[in-house]
Design a protein around this ligand. Sequence first.
Ligand SMILES: [Ca+2]
Length: 79
Amino acid sequence: MITTHLLPSASKEKLQKVFVELDKNGNGTLSKEEVLEGCKLAFGSELTPEEIEKIFQAVDSNESGEIDFNGIQMTHLQF
Ligand SMILES: [Ca+2]
């Protein structure tokens, strides 16, 4: 994945930490609820349902309703 190489390793590590923290049930993917709750805690900002939908549309290419770590890296780059 190209985006992986664009991220400095430090921020990738940080991102992975955030990802693990957001993944409350530890299944390796993030549900909409986990992203919503996580962003509130991590960034102090509450995303609107529209913003969550946008993120999932961009990241969740197979429409599983969950996003994985590769997906969240792409999301990070769009912020
Ligand atoms: Ca999860």
